[in-house]
Ligand binder design. Structure first.
Ligand code: CMP
Length: 139
């Protein structure tokens, strides 16, 4: 089915000017950017967005990293967009990512892993609504 998912180009990637190369991977993989903006998160926004990870040992490091540089937040649309996006990104840990994936080509480490993508339909809807109004989604 036609789906929407939420995507972030993370600080390690914006810093290295990789936004276009990452968007090209999504487009080549059959996804369409239907909303996109460059922002810099506040600490409070990062902590809220990653709230599900608040008890993890890497939570503070994750939030500090996510506010360290601008990010690009996006909504991607396509057939099975959530699963498709996860295939295009590759494994969270770049050492485990398949050749040709974004994380294999660009990620620096499990934390500085260049992109985020929603993991399920419910989280996709929540994450899209956290950053975008309905009027900003132009399919
Ligand atoms: P993301 O999809 O943005 O969701 C949670 C993030 O936590 C994940 O990508 C990783 O970048 C990050 N993460 C997961 N495990 C670790 C770890 N061991 N150390 C630092 N960051 C991590």
């Amino acid at each position: 089915a036609l789906e929407r998912t939420f995507s972030i180009v993370k600080p390690d990637a914006t810093k290295r000017n990789l936004v276009g190369q990452i968007v090209a991977k999504f487009e080549e993989g059959g996804l369409r950017v239907i909303a996109q903006k460059r922002i810099q998160l506040t600490l409070a926004q990062a902590q809220t967005f990653y709230g599900v990870h608040s008890e993890r040992p890497f939570f503070d490091e994750l939030c500090e990293f996510m506010i360290s540089e601008p990010i690009v937040v996006q909504v991607l649309e396509g057939e099975n967009a959530i699963a498709r996006n996860r295939e295009i990104m590759g494994a969270t840990n770049p050492a485990e990512a398949v050749a040709g994936t974004i994380r294999k080509e660009f990620a620096l480490s499990i934390g500085e892993n260049s992109v985020h993508g929603s993991d399920a339909p419910e989280t996709a809807a929540e994450e899209i609504a956290f950053f975008f109004s309905g009027l900003e989604l132009v399919g």
